[in-house]
Design a protein around this ligand. Structure first.
Ligand SMILES: Nc1ncnc2c1ncn2[C@@H]1O[C@H](COP(=O)(O)OP(=O)(O)OP(=O)(O)O)[C@@H](O)[C@H]1O
Length: 218
């Protein structure tokens, strides 16, 4: 089974993915940050590094797509031992949020964006939506607080404008996402890392979604 967590920079996806993995015995598929050869340069000069970084992320996300396909196949062959992965950010977000934002803000050239989209569309023919997508909705102050707390030096130069445009695109993406089941969590008010009751409320909602999924597939 494939659970995906989606949300802006600093929304808390990695923390939630790890907590869910510990609670349910799921495996986390992380986003490539350590060892990413472009990320720090990109935050220093977006127009120069936009295309390079997008290709890097798209490729690493496609590698995850292949891993997830293999897991689905193994689960079909062995339905008594279902292996579940929780993915920290999806391939959908790379194109619909990050690449689109760079293009719309004139930081990615038209021909680079079209090349990117052609590659993305080719890859999408093999992508299946997650069984459950969890969107962490966070407003600017919450994102800022968490980016600061995490303290990655290259992320400290991220502008409010960048985060706000990403948030707008996230809202549009979620409003039009119809490929599969979607759970929206408002993390401005839910502090699952600090408050066990908030985490319990989240797992209650996830249990409910997964139970209705297994009922409908019977
Ligand atoms: N397609 C992309 N284009 C540009 N930047 C990206 C893209 N995908 C990821 N990133 C950046 O890579 C880094 C990923 O960091 P990380 O995995 O810690 O996630 P995060 O988005 O900060 O999430 P969270 O705090 O919710 O775990 C962030 O700076 C993020 O914006």
């Amino acid at each position: 089974m494939h659970i995906a967590i989606t949300g802006n920079i600093g929304a808390g996806k990695t923390t939630l993915a790890e907590m869910l993995a510990a609670r349910y015995g799921w495996e986390v598929l992380y986003e490539a940050v350590e060892g990413n050869p472009y990320l720090a340069d990109f935050y220093a000069d977006m127009p120069r590094w936009a295309f390079n970084l997008q290709i890097y992320f798209l490729n690493s996300r496609f590698a995850q797509v292949k891993t997830i396909m293999a897991i689905r196949e193994a689960n079909r062959d062995n339905p008594r031992q279902v292996h579940t992965v929780v993915q920290d950010r999806t391939i959908y977000e790379d194109a619909a949020i990050f690449a689109r934002n760079l293009y719309q803000s004139d930081q990615m050239a038209e021909r680079d964006y079209q090349t990117y989209l052609n590659l993305f569309d080719n890859m999408m023919s093999l992508v299946q939506p997650p069984d459950l997508m969890i969107y962490l909705r966070a407003d600017l102050p919450k994102l800022r607080e968490q980016i600061q707390k995490r303290g990655r030096s290259f992320e400290q130069r991220i502008s409010d404008e960048y985060l706000l445009s990403l948030n707008q695109l996230y809202d549009q993406f979620v409003d039009t996402y119809e490929q599969g089941d979607l759970l929206i969590l408002d993390v401005n008010t839910l502090d699952y890392a600090e408050h066990p009751a908030d985490f319990a409320e989240i797992t209650r909602q996830i249990d409910q979604r997964l139970a209705s999924r297994s009922l409908s597939s019977r």
